[in-house]
Write a protein that binds this ligand. Structure first.
Ligand SMILES: NC(=O)c1ccc[n+]([C@@H]2O[C@H](COP(=O)([O-])OP(=O)(O)OC[C@H]3O[C@@H](n4cnc5c(N)ncnc54)[C@H](O)[C@@H]3O)[C@@H](O)[C@H]2O)c1
Length: 258
């Protein structure tokens, strides 16, 4: 229960779904979690993540921010450091999608997806690395850890969602690039690549045809849950992930293996 004891972790998109599970698990492991999202209420319903964490005895701060704007993304890390004195782990989880194929996607839709899914990740990572490089390395030689939530669709095509799939591919690459350029300085950067995770957000999740298609495609006897991804993120955020950087860990029940 103390794998992140006292560490300050910033999780974007922490109000709902996978980000909510990550924030809850990190707090249960002793982290102080800065929960950043454009809305406080979970998309799937229920109490806010911060209330959930506090009710369980954990520590969390809520920050309402729309990461679609570059100023907001750039300022988020500095605000967290000002509030808590440091940042140990950044989890870039927030993302948006359009669910349209190439010929139906407008430039405005493409640019919005890239603003949230790629530019915000770039700006948050830039600010985090800048801060982490000012810190002394820990016992493992690490100055800070970054976990980017990418997707299996960063590796294989995202059916009928060109903007989302292309943006997730950029996140996969960004993780490798940061690991490449700053590994010698003690920055560890990895990605978690979820397969189909049922978050309760509706949309395609409520369509039996899509659910059947996903289940038939997956060798695992069930589809994914937010906790499945949270445990992978916890591993990569913890001291247990050693000599692992630039990796994108598939959490897809074997989907991409088959
Ligand atoms: N659910 C899946 O099957 C699945 C599969 C692969 C990858 N992923 C990835 O996992 C991550 C989380 O996905 P999810 O399914 O939990 O999504 P979700 O829609 O349930 O939650 C996303 C959260 O991000 C927040 N968010 C969206 N745009 C934002 C913005 N502009 N500023 C601030 N916050 C914003 C939302 O308010 C929401 O709370 C995403 O990066 C997604 O690409 C999910």
């Amino acid at each position: 229960m103390d794998r992140l004891d006292g560490r300050v972790c910033l999780v974007t998109g922490a109000s709902s779904g996978i980000g909510r599970a990550i924030a809850g698990l990190f707090a249960a492991e002793g982290a102080v979690v800065v929960c950043a999202d454009r809305r406080a209420d979970p998309v799937e319903g229920g109490e806010t993540t911060v209330d959930l964490v506090r009710r369980a005895g954990g520590r969390a701060q809520e920050v309402l921010v729309d990461l679609g704007g570059p100023e907001a993304a750039a300022g988020l890390v500095d605000a967290a450091v000002a509030e808590h004195g440091r940042l140990d782990v950044l989890v870039n989880n927030a993302a948006t999608y359009v669910s349209k194929p190439l010929l139906d996607t407008t430039l405005a839709e493409w640019e919005h997806v890239f603003a949230v899914n790629v530019t915000a990740v770039f700006l948050l990572t830039q600010a985090a690395v800048r801060h982490m490089l000012t810190r002394e390395p820990d016992a493992f030689g690490v100055r800070g850890r970054i976990v980017n939530v990418s997707s299996q669709h960063g590796f294989v095509g995202a059916p009928l969602d060109i903007a989302y799939g292309t943006s997730k591919s950029a996140v996969v690459y960004l993780s490798r690039q940061v690991a490449t350029d700053y590994g010698h300085s003690g920055i560890v950067c990895n990605g978690v690549a979820p397969g189909k995770i049922m978050t309760g957000k509706g949309g395609r999740e409520d369509d039996p045809d899509w659910v059947r298609r996903w289940q038939e495609r997956s060798p695992y006897p069930r589809l994914g849950r937010p906790d499945d991804v949270a445990h992978a993120a916890l591993f990569l955020a913890s001291d247990e992930a050693r000599y692992i950087s630039g990796e994108n860990l598939m959490v897809d029940g074997g989907w991409s293996a088959s």
